[in-house]
Design a protein around this ligand. Sequence first.
Ligand code: IMP
Ligand code: MG
Length: 174
Amino acid sequence: MIGKEQTVLLSEEAIRNRVKELGRIISADYAGADEVLLIGVLRGCFIFLADLCRELTVPSCVDFIAVSSYEDKTTPGCVKLIMDNRIDVTGKHVLIIDDILDSGHTMLYLRKHFGARDPASLKTCVLLRKPEGLEEGVQIDYFGFDIPDLWVFGYGLDNIGRLRNLPYIGCVKT
Ligand code: IMP
Ligand code: MG
């Protein structure tokens, strides 16, 4: 349960509506494709990806990759590969799905990682974007919401490992 010092930033309903909308947009964009390979970035993506993939009307496959972040937020090189994905991305329409874009280092790393493996196309999608901390040159194709530069949790995102199972996005009251 959410504590006294925490508040709801995005309600369950707001998230549901936006995920449906994203599903429609992405399905329309990939209408001609034989298949989209959704690659979720563990662990924060797991609920967003589960909901988004069920809104897609185009054929899709799901795979996962795990990277670590935030050991040193300031250096782009701080992203470390923990677990690679399993499906060969060569010739596939790859859509990377992450929970949140903050500095953008994770996405820069993943774009390079998959870009080097000759996908037919490579796009990125996040539920949340924090424009304040975002470095220049980070390209994102789809995002759900722009949010202020706050620590958020719930709907897959954690607060010191916990609260991933909240049905909404919460934040600490400022
Ligand atoms: P970036 O590499 O700075 O864009 O950070 C992206 C990663 O940091 C995300 O995939 C999240 O795992 C994590 N992250 C950034 N901000 C938050 C937050 O407010 N709550 C939970 N995780 C976050
Ligand atoms: Mg993450």
